[in-house]
Write a new protein. Structure first.
Length: 257
């Protein structure tokens, strides 16, 4: 049976018009890069830390040369328009059952803060590096998707994007049962396991900045590429990413994670 440990890091805040943004590791780590950047830029406050025996059976060596367990963290930030809950981390649950369990726990958390909208972030793996990554949007209702429709956001995904695997997909599906609006913003990226989809993350951040008035300086992301590459690639290698297969890529392939 799965075990989950949720540690509190501060008193539970009262949030208004809360939006939950999830960005965990996946293709190109697009969602993780985008969410981590928001956390850093807004100096978001850490609320929860989640660890579980469903996460990879390993530990990371941190900058202090000490070990730490794989974890998912939840941050919050109060903003003039929409307060944010930000779900980010080093890993996702590694099997189907634990993915469902984890997603339900995140939805319980969202409900406790009266979250009005859930946004999951991820990448669409391509066989080549896209020069100008496109951003696609899907969701659990037409109303939710229409909010992001237009401009540079594409909503015709059928035949382009396959199953959305992992927490990013399950949050969309399971939130419907709770009558919560949810969308996913997916950016094109290179499907190689060692490629970091910073350009795709940047395009997603532009959309979030425009729609939610987050107030971050997206151009700063370029300046942080080297640091991000070192941090994320190191953990990807430690989790066996170097040995992940790259075969089977088509012109456009299914979104994974």
């Amino acid at each position: 049976m799965s075990t989950w440990r949720i540690d509190n890091f501060c008193k539970k805040p009262t949030l208004k018009n809360a939006v939950l943004i999830e960005g965990l590791p996946g293709i190109g780590n697009v969602g993780k890069v985008a969410t981590d950047f928001i956390v850093d830029e807004l100096n978001a406050k850490k609320l929860y830390e989640i660890t579980s025996d469903t996460f990879p059976h390993s530990v990371f060596v941190n900058k202090e040369n000490l070990v730490e367990l794989p974890r998912v963290e939840v941050f919050y930030k109060r903003l003039p328009k929409n307060d944010l809950l930000l779900v980010c981390g080093d890993v996702q649950p590694i099997d189907e059952i634990s993915s469902y369990e984890f997603t339900e726990k995140i939805l319980d958390l969202a409900k406790s803060f009266a979250v009005k909208e859930i946004i999951t972030l991820g990448g669409i793996g391509l066989a080549e590096i896209p020069k100008k990554p496109k951003v696609y949007c899907t969701g659990n209702s037409k109303k939710a998707v229409d909010k992001y429709k237009g401009g540079k956001v594409h909503t015709n995904l059928y035949g382009t994007v396959g199953p959305i695997v992992g927490v990013s997909g399950l949050l969309l599906g399971l939130s419907s049962r709770r009558k919560m609006d949810a969308v996913s913003l997916l950016a094109e990226t290179y499907g190689h396991p060692m490629y970091l989809g910073v350009k795709g993350a940047r395009e997603i951040l532009k959309v979030l900045n425009h729609k939610l008035d987050i107030g971050i300086e997206v151009d700063k992301l370029e300046k942080e590429i080297k640091h991000l590459e070192e941090e994320i690639m190191k953990k990807t290698e430690e989790l066996g990413g170097l040995n992940a297969p790259v075969t089977g890529l088509k012109k456009q392939v299914n979104y994974i994670g």
